[in-house]
Design a protein around this ligand. Structure first.
Ligand code: ZN
Ligand code: ZN
Length: 165
């Protein structure tokens, strides 16, 4: 099975390939050199040479490729979503929930990558919370130090004043 990725496009016109609508002439066709273009662009090439490698081809050697639509919920898309949501506390929770549901719906070894990313995310989330706790603690001890420093300086000033009078 060959799947048209959402970002797949013809190298000549840069239009995305269609995989079901023949009327658009945007279906992928292969020529003998192995390069693939949309039907429209292949019909337009006047010289019958490959737009990429310049090898000649004959019109009757053009082969239509039977492609399948990308899955409704591509796992690379959901991985992308996770990565984009990383810095957004609320969004991460939402996306992780979506991942959970998606994993329950889908059973495939291809999901191993997603499962790994998901596990990493949970780990990072915990580490992030730990870090935040540690920063809070450091901040409060820094404040404490500053306060006692000010207090010491105040006392020093008092002492000097006391000596001067
Ligand atoms: Zn094209
Ligand atoms: Zn070629």
């Amino acid at each position: 099975m060959l799947i048209v990725h959402r970002s797949s496009c013809c190298d000549v016109c840069l239009d995305p390939y269609s995989w079901q609508d023949e009327s658009t002439l945007k279906e992928p066709y292969a020529i003998p050199c192995g390069h693939i273009f949309c039907k429209e662009c292949l019909e337009r090439t006047a010289t019958s040479t490959c737009p990429l490698c310049r090898k000649r081809f004959s019109r009757d050697s053009i082969k239509k490729l039977h492609m399948d639509a990308p899955p409704a919920n591509d796992d690379s898309e959901i991985v992308q979503k996770l990565i984009l949501a990383w810095d957004d506390e609320l969004e991460v929770v939402n996306v992780l929930e979506e991942v959970e549901q998606w994993l329950q719906r889908t059973e495939s070894s291809a999901l191993l990558q997603l499962k790994k990313v998901q596990a990493d995310f949970q780990k990072f989330k915990r580490r992030k919370a730990d870090d935040r706790f540690r920063i809070k603690r450091l901040e409060s001890s820094l404040m404490h130090l500053q306060r006692s420093n000010e207090y010491d300086r105040g006392r020093e000033a008092d002492t000097i004043e006391g000596l001067e009078t």
